[in-house]
Design a protein around this ligand. Structure first.
Ligand code: NAP
Ligand code: GDD
Length: 323
C-alpha cells in the first residue's frame, strides 16, 4: 500500500486530494497543526475524516517536520499547507513568508536529509504571474511578476522546489494551479463569499453583500478536477512543472450574475455594495491559463465548467443553510 502525506489536509484541496487517494487505496497521513479549535469540517463534508491518520506538525517548526518525514517515510508528499489568502498577505507578510516560503524550504530540507526518495508536490500558483499576460493567456513560459506578499512567498517556494530537484536529484514538482473552488472553499474567497450570501439572501437570512473589485477576472475551475492533476504529476517518470487551468476567464460580475440568477434573483446589482476594504493594494486584473502541456502529457482535462461550478456551489450553500 502506498503512503501519502498531505500537508494542509484540513483545507479545501487537502480534503479533495485525500478523498481521491483513499479511493486509490493509499494510506493517507494528514499533517495538522495545533490550534484551539481544530476544524475537520471539510473532511466531514466529504465523509472521510475517520479514514485519515493525523500527525501533529507545523510548517514553521522544523523539528516537527523532520519527525513526520522520518516516522512516516511517505512515498508521496503533497505539500498544500499555506497561508493561502492573498488579501491577508499584505497585513501579515511575515507570517505568510514564514509559512509559505521558509516552511516549504524546511520541509524540502527535511526530505533531503531523511527520506530523499519521496516524491514531492508543491502547490504553486497562477498568482506568481501577476499581470504578465502575454497574448492574453499564461503558459509555463510566461515570466513571473508576483504582486502580493503571498505571490512572492510562493515564488520563493517554487524556485526552491526546482532547485532541490536540480541540485539533489529529488523528484520535486510544481503544480501551477489557477483558481479552483468548490462547496468547501473558504468563505473569505470571493466565490464562496458570494454563493454563501446568495443562499442567505434567498432564504431571508441576509440583505446584501460587500465586495471589492468586480472587474477582476479569474480562470475558475473545480477543486475536485484539480487534485486529479496533482496525483497525475506525481505518477510521471520525470518530475516537471505544469499549469492547471480551464483556459476560460470570467469576471466577478459574471460570477455574481450566474449565482444570483441560479437562486432565482434577477438583478444582483440591487444587493451588492462596493467596500474599499475588500480592494487590494495591487490587483491582478486577469488570469487565464493554458493547460495544454498537462492535457497532452498527463492526459488531464477539467470536467466541470464555470457555470456548472457556480451552480454547484449555490446549491450546496442553499442545502447547507436549509438544514
Ligand atoms: P486552504 O483551504 O486555505 O488550506 C490551507 C491549509 O494549510 C489548511 O489545512 C491549514 O490548516 C494549513 N496550514 C496553514 N498554515 C499552516 C502551518 N503553519 N502548518 C501546517 N498547516 C498549515 O487552501 P487550499 O485552497 O486548499 O489551497 C491549497 C494550496 O494550494 C495552498 O498552498 C494554496 O496557496 C495553493 N493554491 C490554491 C489555489 C486555489 O485556488 N485554491 C490555487 C493555487 C494554489 P488549518 O486548518 O490549521 O488552518
Ligand atoms: N476575497 C475577495 N473578497 N475577493 C474579492 C472581493 C471580496 O470581497 N471582491 C472582489 N474580489 C476580487 C479580488 O480582488 C480578486 O481579484 C478576485 O476577486 C479573486 O479573489 P480571491 O477569491 O480572494 O482569490 P485570489 O485570486 O486572490 O487567490 C486565490 O487564487 C490563487 C490562484 O490564482 C487563492 O486561492 C490563492 O491561494 C491562489 O494562489
Amino acid at each position: 500500500m502506498k503512503k501519502a502525506l498531505i500537508t494542509g489536509i484540513t483545507g479545501q484541496d487537502g480534503a479533495y486530494l485525500a478523498k481521491l487517494l483513499l479511493g486509490k487505496e493509499y494510506k493517507v497521513y494528514g499533517l495538522v497543526r495545533r490550534i484551539v479549535n481544530r476544524d475537520f469540517s471539510n473532511l466531514v463534508y466529504l465523509g472521510i475524516e475517520k479514514d485519515i491518520e493525523y500527525i501533529d506538525g507545523d510548517l514553521t517548526d522544523e523539528a516537527s517536520l523532520i519527525h513526520v518525514v522520518k516516522t512516516i517515510r511517505p512515498d508521496e508528499i503533497y505539500h498544500l499547507a499555506a497561508q493561502s489568502f492573498v488579501g491577508t498577505s499584505w497585513d501579515q507578510p511575515i507570517v505568510t513568508s514564514e509559512i509559505n516560503a521558509i516552511g516549504t524550504l524546511k520541509l524540502l530540507d527535511a526530505i533531503k536529509h531523511h527520506h530523499p526518495s519521496a516524491k514531492f508536490y508543491h502547490a504553486a500558483t497562477s498568482e506568481m504571474f501577476g499581470n504578465s499576460n502575454f497574448d492574453g493567456i499564461q503558459t509555463e513560459d510566461t515570466p513571473f511578476h508576483p504582486r502580493s506578499p503571498y505571490a512572492i512567498s510562493k515564488l520563493f517556494a517554487y524556485w526552491m522546489t526546482v532547485n532541490y530537484k536540480e541540485s539533489f536529484s529529488m523528484f520535486c514538482v510544481n503544480g501551477i494551479l489557477f483558481n479552483h473552488e468548490s462547496p468547501i472553499r473558504g468563505k473569505e474567497f470571493v466565490s464562496r463569499k458570494i454563493t454563501d450570501v446568495v443562499a442567505r439572501i434567498k432564504l431571508g437570512l441576509a440583505k446584501d453583500i460587500k465586495l471589492g473589485n468586480l472587474d477582476s477576472k479569474r480562470d475558475w475551475g473545480f477543486a475536485g478536477d484539480y487534485v486529479e492533476a496533482m496525483w497525475l504529476m506525481m505518477q510521471e517518470k520525470e518530475a516537471d512543472d505544469y499549469i492547471i487551468s480551464t483556459g476560460q476567464t470570467h469576471s466577478v460580475k459574471d460570477f455574481l450574475d450566474i449565482a444570483f440568477k441560479h437562486a432565482g434573483i434577477d438583478d444582483w446589482s440591487n444587493y451588492v455594495n462596493i467596500d474599499p476594504r475588500f480592494k487590494r493594494p495591487a490587483e491582478l486584473f486577469t488570469l487565464q491559463g493554458k493547460s495544454d502541456k498537462a492535457q497532452k502529457k498527463l492526459n488531464w482535462k477539467p470536467k466541470v465548467n464555470f457555470e456548472e461550478l457556480v451552480k454547484m456551489m449555490v446549491d450546496a450553500d442553499l442545502k447547507r443553510l436549509k438544514k
